[in-house]
Design a protein around this ligand. Structure first.
Ligand code: MOS
Length: 733
C-alpha cells in the first residue's frame, strides 16, 4: 500500500493497478487516431475568422493547386446531411450555409494525401465575409437574456428553479445576513488527446475510430445525419486521452470526415489542432451569481436566495441550469432562485466536469464562509449547525450523507484547529498563510446499462459492455465488479469496452460509469450463479462440479440494469443512442457523494503571488471499488480545483468574440510545481439505496468546492475576499 494505493477500508475493493497501466505507459494502448488504416488520406478543417456575419465568397483556386489535395468541401458543395436529434454539440447543421454564428465555426473541410498538404491547402482558401459586430460577453449590446426554466420547458432536460416558502421575506427578517455577487469564467476541457476522427467505408458500412464518451450515441447520431441504418455504423473508442464532457456530444467533425471518406473512396483521418478544439466542441459556460443568506443570531440559516446567469449561444438553448445542488446542501427552510441564460454570439457550451456544481458551489461555499465570518463562527461548525438529512426543497431524505464525517476526518488530518480565524493573522517569513475549507458534492446518478458476463469453468471470466475509458480506469473496475460478484480472484476477468458491437454501456458522464456497469455486472453475475445452483460465489471445486453437472464449459448471461426512473422498455433506447439517465425527480431519495476539502495557501506579502502548498480532502461515495483509481480521480479533481481557483480562464476578445488563449501555453493550468501535498482520505460509507452496486461515483466530486476553499483561504491569509475567478495577483494588490 502507498499514498497512491490506499489500504481499503470497510466497503472498499482492492487498490489493484490498472489492468492497462503498462500498455498505457509503454504506448501499446491504442487511442482512436493511433489505429492504422491503409491508404488513409488526411483532413484539415477551415474555420471562420469572424464571430458573426456571412460568407460572401470562398475562392479555393489556390488551395486546389496544392499538390496532393483530393477534395474540398464547403457549404457550396457539401452532400446532404440530415439534421440530427439527440446529443449533438449544436443544432446548426454542418456546413449548412453561408451564415457565421461564432468564431471558429467549421466552414470548409480539405482532404489530401498528407496532413501537410491538407493544412497548406486550408490556409490557401480565400474567404470573403460580410462581417457583423458580434455580442461576445455578459453585458455586451445585443445579448439576449432568457429564463432557463422557460426555454427548457418541455425539453428532455427541463430545469426548474428550486423554490420553498418566502425566502425574500425571511431574508428581510433575518438577524444576520450576507449579500454578494460571484463570477466564474469560461473554461475549455483541454483534454490532452485532441478531437480526432478516422472514417473508413467498406461498401455501405462505415467504421469510425474516434474518442467518444458514448459510442452508441455517436453511432445513432452519425447514422441519422448520413441517413443510413445505424447497424451499418461501427464506432471504436477503446481509450480516450481525457474527455471531461467535451467528447460526450457529437461534433460536426465526425459526419464531415465520414462524408469526405465517401467522396474520395479512401479512409480519412482528421486530427484537429488544439486551437480548433476551442470552437469545434463546447466549453464550460461563464457564470454570474447573486447569493443572499440569512440566519438567526445563533447561526441557523433561515433563507437562501441564489440567482444565476450563464452565458450561452445564440443558436442553442444548452444550459447547465440552476442551483439544485446548492439548494439541497444545507437545512434551508426557505429558498428562492432564478436561473437565466444569456445568449451571445459564441459557440455553444457543453458539459464540463461537474457542469453546474463547479460554479454553483464556488458561489455557495464562498457565501457560507462569508456568513460564518459575519457570525464569528468557525466555518466547519457553521456547516455542522446547518447540516441536514433531507433536501428541504423536495422534502426527500438523503439516501446517506457523510458530509460532517468528511469534515471531521479532513479537519483532523489537516490540523484545522490550529487556525487562528482572524484574517492576516498567520505569517511565515514573507508569506501570509491562510486556511480555508469548503464542501464538495456531486449528485449520484446512474445510466441504464447492459453487460454480458461469461464465466469459464476454469475460473476465468469475461465482461463485455460498451463503457468508456476516459482515463478513469473503467476497464479495471469492471473486471473488479465481475470478480467480486462471481467470487473470483482479482485479475481473472478480461474486459471489453468502447465498441458499438458490444452491449450498450452508460455514457461516460455524470460520474455514472462505475455504479451503472457495476449494477449490470452484478445482475449478470447473479444469473450465472443461479445457473450454477448457487446464490453466492462458489469455491473453485464447487464451480468445476457445477459446470460438470451442467455439461458446459462456460456460461454467458446478460445483465440489464434499468436506472431508477426509467422503464425496462427504455433499454432498447440505449441501442438508439438515448443515454437513459436516472432522473433525480424520479428518485425516492436525495443522492449525493460528499467531500470536505481543506487547503493552505501562502500569499507573498509583497508580490501577492498565491501558492497552495497542501490540501486535504476527505470523501464519501458509497462503495469504493478500487481505492487506487478513486484516489487518483479525487486527487486529479482537487488539482483541477486549484486550476479553477488560480489559473484557468478562457480569455475572449469582446470585439471579435474570439478566444485569445486557445493554446496550452496561454491557457493556464497547474504544473507539478504549482501543486504541493495532496492528501486524499476515503471515508467508508455504505449506501444500498442508490443502486444494486451501492456505488455513488466520484469522477466529478473532487473538483467541486476546491475553488471556494482556495478563495476562503486567500481571504483568511489577506483579508481580501475574491469573488471573481480565477484569483489573480492584480486583485490582491
Ligand atoms: Mo462529464 S461533464 O458528466 O462528461
Amino acid at each position: 500500500m502507498s499514498a497512491a494505493a490506499p489500504a481499503p477500508g470497510p466497503n472498499m475493493g482492492q487498490p489493484i493497478p490498472r489492468v492497462d497501466a503498462v500498455a498505457k505507459v509503454t504506448g501499446q494502448a491504442r487511442y482512436a487516431s493511433d489505429v492504422p488504416h491503409a491508404r488513409a488520406a488526411y483532413a484539415f478543417m477551415l474555420l471562420s475568422t469572424v464571430g458573426r456575419g456571412r460568407i460572401v465568397a470562398i475562392d479555393d483556386t489556390a488551395a486546389r493547386a496544392v499538390p496532393g489535395v483530393l477534395d474540398i468541401m464547403t457549404h457550396a458543395n457539401r452532400p446532404s446531411v440530415q439534421s440530427m436529434q439527440g446529443m449533438q454539440i449544436t443544432s446548426v447543421v454542418p456546413l449548412d450555409g453561408s451564415e457565421i454564428h461564432h468564431d471558429g465555426q467549421i466552414i470548409g473541410f480539405v482532404t489530401a494525401t498528407t496532413y501537410e498538404a491538407a493544412r497548406e491547402a486550408a490556409y490557401r482558401m480565400v474567404v470573403r465575409y460580410d462581417r457583423q459586430q458580434p455580442s461576445a460577453v455578459f453585458d455586451a449590446p445585443g445579448v439576449d437574456q432568457q429564463l432557463t426554466a422557460e426555454i427548457t420547458k418541455g425539453t428532455p432536460m427541463p430545469k426548474e428553479d428550486p423554490k420553498l416558502a418566502d425566502a425574500d421575506a425571511e431574508l428581510a427578517r433575518s438577524a444576520v445576513s450576507m449579500d454578494a455577487h460571484y463570477a466564474t469564467p469560461t473554461q475549455h476541457h483541454n483534454a490532452i488527446e485532441l478531437f480526432t476522427t478516422t472514417a473508413s467505408w467498406n461498401g455501405d458500412e462505415l467504421t469510425i475510430d474516434g474518442p467518444s464518451q458514448f459510442v452508441f450515441g455517436l453511432r445513432a447520431g452519425v447514422a441519422q445525419q448520413l441517413g443510413i441504418d445505424p447497424a451499418k455504423v461501427h464506432i471504436r473508442s477503446e481509450y480516450l486521452g481525457g474527455a471531461f464532457g467535451g467528447k460526450g456530444s457529437i461534433t460536426h467533425r465526425t459526419v464531415l470526415t465520414a462524408l469526405a471518406a465517401k467522396r474520395i473512396g479512401r479512409p480519412v483521418k482528421l486530427v484537429s489542432t488544439r486551437d480548433q478544439g476551442f470552437t469545434i466542441s463546447g466549453n464550460r459556460a461563464e457564470t454570474r451569481h447573486h447569493v443572499r443568506i440569512g440566519t438567526t443570531q445563533d447561526g441557523r440559516i433561515t433563507a437562501l436566495h441564489h440567482d444565476i446567469w450563464e452565458l450561452g449561444s445564440r443558436t442553442d438553448s444548452y444550459c447547465n441550469g440552476g442551483v439544485d445542488a446548492a439548494a439541497a446542501m444545507y437545512a434551508f427552510p426557505a429558498v428562492q432562485s432564478t436561473a437565466h441564460l444569456v445568449r451571445a454570439d459564441r459557440n455553444t457550451p457543453t458539459f464540463m466536469r461537474s457542469p453546474p456544481e463547479v460554479p454553483v458551489m464556488f458561489a455557495l461555499e464562498s457565501a457560507m464562509d462569508e456568513m460564518a465570518e459575519k457570525l464569528s463562527m468557525d466555518p466547519v461548525e457553521f456547516r455542522r449547525l446547518n447540516d441536514t438529512d433531507k433536501d428541504w426543497v423536495t422534502g426527500k431524505p438523503y439516501s446517506s450523507r457523510s458530509l460532517m464525517k468528511c469534515y471531521d476526518e479532513a479537519a483532523s488530518a489537516f490540523g484545522w484547529s490550529r487556525s487562528d480565524a482572524k484574517p492576516g493573522s498567520m505569517r511565515r517569513g514573507d508569506w501570509l498563510v491562510g486556511y480555508g475549507c469548503a464542501t464538495a458534492c456531486y449528485p449520484t446518478q446512474m445510466g441504464s446499462c447492459i453487460a454480458r458476463v461469461t464465466l469459464m469453468e476454469d475460473g476465468h471470466a469475461r465482461g463485455d459492455t460498451a463503457a468508456h475509458d476516459v482515463g478513469q480506469g473503467v476497464k479495471t473496475v469492471i473486471g473488479q465488479h465481475a470478480a467480486h460478484y462471481l467470487g473470483l480472484p482479482e485479475g481473472s476477468v478480461e474486459v471489453h469496452i468502447g465498441d458499438s458491437t458490444l452491449p450498450p454501456g452508460p455514457l461516460a458522464g455524470g460520474s455514472i460509469s462505475t455504479a451503472s456497469t457495476g449494477s449490470a455486472i452484478k445482475l449478470a453475475s447473479e444469473k450465472i450463479l443461479a445457473r450454477l445452483g448457487n446464490s453466492v460465489a462458489t469455491t473453485p471445486e464447487e464451480r468445476r462440479a457445477a459446470f460438470a453437472r451442467l455439461g458446459v464449459r462456460e456460461i454467458t448471461e446478460v445483465g440489464e440494469y434499468v436506472a431508477e426512473g426509467n422503464k425496462p422498455e427504455q433499454l432498447a433506447g440505449l441501442y438508439k443512442g438515448f443515454p437513459a439517465f436516472s432522473a433525480a425527480k424520479a428518485q425516492a431519495h436525495t443522492q449525493f457523494a460528499f467531500g470536505a476539502e481543506f487547503v493552505e495557501v501562502h500569499v507573498h506579502a509583497r508580490t501577492r503571488e498565491v501558492r497552495v502548498p497542501r490540501m486535504v480532502g476527505a470523501f464519501a461515495a458509497g462503495r469504493i471499488v478500487n481505492p487506487r483509481t478513486a484516489h487518483s480521480q479525487l486527487m486529479g479533481g482537487m488539482i483541477w480545483g486549484v486550476s479553477s481557483a488560480l489559473h484557468e480562464s478562457t480569455e475572449i476578445d469582446p470585439r471579435r468574440a474570439a478566444y485569445m488563449n486557445s493554446n496550452l501555453g496561454e491557457y493556464l493550468i497547474p504544473v507539478n510545481a504549482d501543486i504541493g501535498e495532496v492528501d486524499i482520505i476515503l471515508v467508508p460509507e455504505v449506501d444500498n439505496k442508490v443502486n444494486p452496486a451501492g456505488v455513488k461515483g466520484l469522477g466529478e466530486l473532487g473538483n467541486v468546492g476546491t475553488a471556494a476553499a482556495v478563495a476562503n483561504a486567500v481571504y483568511h491569509a489577506t483579508g481580501k475576499r475574491i469573488r471573481d475567478l480565477p484569483i489573480r495577483i492584480e486583485q490582491l494588490i
